[in-house]
Design a protein around this ligand. Structure first.
Ligand code: FA5
Ligand code: MG
Length: 451
């Protein structure tokens, strides 16, 4: 069990079900663009590793399974890391051609304005029945193209430079035809573009109403990889000067459908970050705000009436503090006479980051055969300790310096912690106290040596 109290406390919050909460309003707005899709908003957050990983084809050594990335309740039970944990069961129930699942998900991850260890995803999927098409004497691709025509058209220019199928980067599955996949991909992309454009237009009318200038919408599709879809894509939106990833998607791996006893069905699935979409919709600048119980936040949102841009109640000052430490192994319990720890591994490439779910942060991985006494350092541990100690008073945690001692080979890291409350000005004593505590917990848990 590696879930701290701060995470367990979030489980009953269920923000996507709270009346007038921006995540509920965002969820409903998205649902309205998928008429006829069956919605599930009450699925229990604790799932088996079989549901979260195995059923989706995650290899046994996938980084997403690590305790550095995932909260375990016990060896075979986790807090779901994504709504895809419910794909197999929902396909098996086979209640509808399309479904949407909104739920809270949990990940050890980076700490910044767009990442939070508890967030909300919406999963969507749409499948078609090949056997039914054959019975009707129609081509499945033609049936799907006819459905594509039913999705509202738009005139936004979307960057989508890559071919739908790429033999190495984004391959066709063995049992699929290129014609079918082109049609399914068009249905997927048009559906999700319609959703994002709807959100953007609602946001734009909100800002226009307040007479501020809004930037034109810029969106793009990029190739992606997931163990449970192929080909796969991510959709990104230009937001406050950066590309913000809002969702992952792709053609559902056929073994998932086969194992769910619906081998005749083929289709697409996506998973989006509800907070990311709500941030676009309301111009909410920081993901921590969704957890606020402050009425100055909550009173700004209503299910009735038009969307109104969020007005930050005030910008309170930030306070940056750095912490530098040597990576160092814990002394062995046997206590080998003050045994100085072996140097942390160096010159290792960062762990792969495009793997999903999670892992936006880099890991400093041990050599192929790690010396057993050296605990692996993972940046997510720093992130979590920061959240635990500072809670929502920490806005951002960033690695600002890395240094390797030329003689000893020991490695030193420096993290910059940005303390800022969303609700008030922090006092110096308060931030100093938090920072001292943070330093102590880093030593205690990670066995690092402060510089
Ligand atoms: C997934 O979780 C896949 N299950 C999505 C998927 C579903 C792909 C079905 C294919 C088919 P990913 O890890 O990229 O993918 O997360 C999906 C979205 O969740 C991201 O695009 C982002 O919008 C949001 N997200 C991810 N991590 C965080 C975080 N720490 N805080 C807030 N939002 C996040
Ligand atoms: Mg992703």
């Amino acid at each position: 069990m590696n879930a701290p109290a701060s995470i367990l406390d979030a489980i009953p919050r269920r923000l996507h079900l709270q009346p007038d909460h921006p995540l509920l309003i965002t969820r409903k707005l998205i649902e309205s663009r998928f008429p006829g899709y069956k919605t599930h908003n009450n699925l229990f957050p604790i799932v088996s590793t079989a549901q979260n990983f195995d059923a989706l084809g995650f290899p046994a050594d996938h980084v997403g399974r690590n305790r550095t990335d995932t909260y375990y309740i016990n060896k075979e039970t986790v807090l779901r890391t994504h709504t895809s944990a419910h794909q197999a069961d929902t396909f098996r129930a086979n209640e509808s051609e399309g479904y949407l699942i909104a739920a809270d998900v949990y990940r050890r991850d980076a700490v910044d304005r767009s990442h939070y260890p508890v967030f909300h995803q919406m999963e969507g999927a749409r499948t078609w029945d090949r056997a039914q098409a054959a019975k009707e004497g129609k081509s499945l691709a033609d049936i799907i193209w006819a459905d594509v025509e039913k999705i509202p058209k738009h005139d936004v220019v979307v960057e989508d430079p890559n071919p739908t199928i790429h033999p190495e980067r984004n391959p066709l599955q063995a049992t699929h035809s290129a014609d079918e996949v082109e049609a399914i991909a068009a249905h997927l992309k048009r559906s999700l573009e319609d959703m994002v454009i709807t959100i953007f237009n609602a946001a734009k009318s909100a800002t226009d109403a307040q007479n501020t200038s809004a930037e034109p919408l810029k969106i793009r599709w990029v190739e992606a990889y997931f163990p449970f879809t192929s080909p796969s894509w991510e959709l990104e939106v230009w937001w406050q000067g950066e590309w913000l990833e809002v969702l992952g998607s792709g053609i559902v791996s056929q073994p998932i459908l086969n194992n769910a006893s619906v081998p005749d069905r083929v289709g697409w699935a996506f998973g989006l970050g509800l907070e990311r979409i709500a941030m676009l919709l309301y111009s909410i600048p920081d993901i921590r705000l969704f957890w606020s119980k402050d009425s100055r936040f909550l009173s700004q949102f209503s299910e009735q009436g038009p969307i109104k841009t969020f007005v930050p109640f005030s910008k309170f000052p930030a306070c940056f503090k750095d912490v530098s430490f040597w990576l160092q192994a814990r002394k062995s319990p046997a206590g080998g006479a003050g045994a100085t720890a072996a140097p942390a591994p160096s010159n290792q490439p960062p762990a792969p980051t495009s793997t999903s779910p999670g892992s936006a942060s880099s890991a400093i991985v041990p050599p192929a055969a790690p010396a057993p006494a050296v605990p692996t350092f993972h940046e997510n541990d720093v992130m979590e300790i920061a959240r635990e100690v500072g809670g929502d008073l920490i806005e951002d945690v960033r690695l600002v310096d890395e240094f390797e001692h030329p003689k000893t080979g020991r490695k030193s890291l420096c993290y910059r912690i940005n303390y800022r409350s969303l609700e008030r000005t922090l006092t110096n004593e308060e931030t100093n106290e938090l920072h001292e505590k943070l330093r102590a917990v880093l030593v205690e848990r990670l066995g690092v040596e402060l510089r």
